[in-house]
Design a protein around this ligand. Structure first.
Ligand SMILES: Cc1cc2nc3c(=O)[nH]c(=O)nc-3n(C[C@H](O)[C@H](O)[C@H](O)COP(=O)(O)O)c2cc1C
Length: 212
């Protein structure tokens, strides 16, 4: 199969959406936990979470606001400046997926989808008890992308919670032990299996690929 932009734009709408949503490969599956100023909690699945630097430790996230639907996650982050990122694992795939349904403002997805809230003293945003890898963040910057009316939210890591067997001696997180999952498009969930650990890539230490 080969398509040009012109052909892609003429495709059946749903086929185009599915191809473009999945063409970049596997994305991380995370639940974003927030709390409004009045104390209502909210939980929503997001795949657009990305690393932005480790000193200071910044994480980015892309919001695709919808003019017709209220986006509680973004509203809550703006109100309280705090939020959590929680890995989706094998045991909570289905209930995590349904956090994307349009719940009313009065209904918390924690309750609606069967999750337990967990808190750290001095930090108002809820963590997901069922998740094995969790991050608490403070909003640092909002970057509007005028090209398609999306917004990048940048947060600084304030807290990290990692279950015992998910962290290796050297600091790497073992995504197989945490049973974290990946997402293709918006509907397909994949489990993760580690294939290899490789050293930092130096030209002088490179294997002879041409001889293989
Ligand atoms: C697998 C999956 C990944 C998603 N990733 C994102 C994302 O990265 N950014 C986004 O704005 N919406 C994303 N959504 C849509 C939100 O989950 C959905 O709009 C949700 O209702 C937002 O909740 P809120 O209105 O409480 O903020 C995703 C949905 C699914 C099913």
């Amino acid at each position: 199969m080969k398509w040009t932009t012109e052909e892609i734009m003429k495709m059946d709408k749903f086929k185009r959406i599915n191809i473009i949503n999945s063409i970049t490969g596997i994305k991380p599956a995370n639940l974003i936990g927030t709390r409004s100023r009045s104390g209502a909690t909210n939980l929503a699945i997001f795949t657009s979470v990305f690393h932005m630097g480790s000193k200071p430790p910044f994480i980015g996230m892309l919001f695709r606001p919808d003019k017709d639907v209220r986006r509680h996650t973004l509203e809550n982050i703006r109100e309280t400046r705090q939020y959590t990122i929680n890995h989706v694992n094998d045991q909570i795939i289905e209930q995590s997926h349904y956090t994307s349904a349009k719940f009313d403002a009065g209904v918390s997805e924690f309750e609606g989808c069967g999750f337990k809230e967990e808190y750290i003293e001095g930090f108002s945003a809820p963590f997901v008890q069922e998740s094995k890898i969790k991050i608490g963040l403070t909003l640092e910057e909002e970057i509007p992308i005028s090209l398609n009316d999306t917004i990048i939210v940048v947060g600084q890591i304030e807290h990290i919670i990692i279950e015992g067997n998910c962290l290796m001696e050297n600091g790497y997180i073992d995504l197989e032990n945490s049973q974290s999952v990946g997402v293709s498009g918006l509907n397909s969930y994949y489990s993760l299996n580690k294939k290899k650990d490789l050293p930092y890539a130096r030209v002088e230490e490179m294997p002879d690929f041409k001889a293989r």
